[in-house]
Design a protein around this ligand. Structure first.
Ligand code: NAP
Length: 253
C-alpha cells in the first residue's frame, strides 16, 4: 500500500527520543521532509545527523514547548524552512506526577496547550496545504482509570474531545484531526524503563495486565501515527486509535 507520504512536509515535536523519534524515521523513509524540536541541543544535533541518511530535508531545532513565544516561533520558522506543513504531530508530554497544582499546570501547559498553540502557529500553513493531517498523542490512561487521579490522565483525555471538535470544524479546510492512544510502551531510558528499575514489582504488575505478556515498542505506535497522518487514512478524521496490544479492557463501540 502506498501511504502517499512522499513529498509531504511534517513537523513533529519531541523527536529525539521514544515514539516521535521512531516516527521521524518512518516519515523520512517514506519520503517526507521533516522538522523536529527538543530541548537538548546535543540530542537535536545527533538526531538530525542520523536522519540525514534518508536523503530528505531535515530541520532540527531546540525549542521548549512550555515557552509560548519561542515554541510558536520555532514552528513557524520550521514550516517556512520546509516550505509548508501538511502533517503536525505534537508529541511532547510533561509526563505523570502528582505534585499538586504544579503538576496540573505543567500538564495543561505542555500536553494540552502544546497542541493548541502548536496548531494555532501552523494553521495558515495547514490550511494552505489543502490536505493536512494533525495527530495528537493521548494515552490509554485517558480512557480507563489508571494508577491514580493524575493530571496526565485527565489532560490527555481533553485532547480526544478537542481533536473530535477540531475534526468537524476544520474538515472543510481539508485538515483532518486524529488521536493515537498508546498503552505502556517500553523504551530504553523511557518512563517505563525507569520505573522498572525503581519499582520492579509495580512494573511487573502492569506487565501482567498485557494479554501477550509484553509492553509495546515505540515503532508499533509510530507506524499507526504515520498511517493516520497519511493520505491512506484520507477518510479517517476525529477518531481515537487505541494502540495497546489489548491492555485496555473496555469494549469500544
Ligand atoms: N512511553 C509510553 O509508554 C507512552 C504511553 C502513552 C502515551 N505516551 C505519549 O507519547 C508521547 C511520546 O512519549 P515517549 O515516552 O515516546 O517520549 P519520551 O521518550 O519521553 O521523549 C520525549 C521527547 O520530548 C522532548 N521534550 C520533553 N519535554 C520537552 C519540552 N518541554 N519541550 C520540547 N521538547 C521536549 C524530549 O527531548 P528533551 O528532553 O531534550 O527536550 C524527547 O525528545 C507523549 O505524548 C506521551 O505522553 C507515551
Amino acid at each position: 500500500m502506498d501511504l502517499g507520504l512522499k513529498g509531504k512536509k511534517a513537523i513533529v515535536t519531541g523527536g529525539t527520543k521514544g515514539i516521535c523519534r521512531a516516527l521521524l524515521d518512518i516519515l523520512a523513509a517514506e519520503g517526507c521532509d521533516i522538522a523536529f524540536c527538543a530541548r537538548s541541543e546535543d540530542d537535536v544535533t545527533k538526531t538530525k545527523d542520523e536522519l540525514q541518511s534518508h536523503g530528505v530535508k531535515v530541520v532540527g531545532g531546540t525549542a521548549n514547548v512550555k515557552e509560548v513565544e519561542g515554541y510558536q516561533q520555532w514552528l513557524k520558522d520550521a514550516a517556512d524552512e520546509l516550505g509548508g506543513c501538511d502533517i503536525f504531530v505534537p508529541g511532547v508530554s510533561a509526563g505523570g506526577g502528582m505534585d499538586g497544582e504544579k503538576s496540573w499546570y505543567k500538564a495543561f501547559e505542555i500536553d494540552l496547550m502544546g497542541c493548541v498553540r502548536g496548531f494555532d502557529a501552523l494553521f495558515s500553513h495547514m490550511k494552505a496545504s489543502g490536505n493536512a493531517s494533525v495527530v495528537f498523542i493521548s494515552t490509554t490512561a485517558a480512557v480507563e482509570t489508571f494508577i491514580a487521579p493524575m493530571p496526565y490522565n485527565s489532560i490527555k483525555a481533553s485532547l480526544i474531545t478537542y481533536a473530535k471538535q477540531m475534526s468537524q470544524f476544520h474538515a472543510k479546510r481539508g485538515i483532518r484531526f486524529n488521536v493515537v492512544s498508546p498503552g505502556p510502551i517500553l523504551i530504553d531510558g523511557g518512563s517505563w524503563d525507569q520505573l522498572r528499575q525503581q519499582d520492579e514489582a509495580f512494573f511487573n504488575s502492569i506487565l501482567a495486565q498485557q494479554p501477550d505478556g509484553r509492553m509495546g515498542e515505540a515503532d508499533e505506535v509510530a507506524k499507526c501515527i504515520a498511517f493516520l497522518a497519511s493520505d491512506a487514512a484520507s477518510w479517517v478524521t476525529g477518531t481515537n486509535l487505541i494502540v495497546d496490544g489489548g491492555f485496555t479492557k473496555r469494549v469500544q463501540f
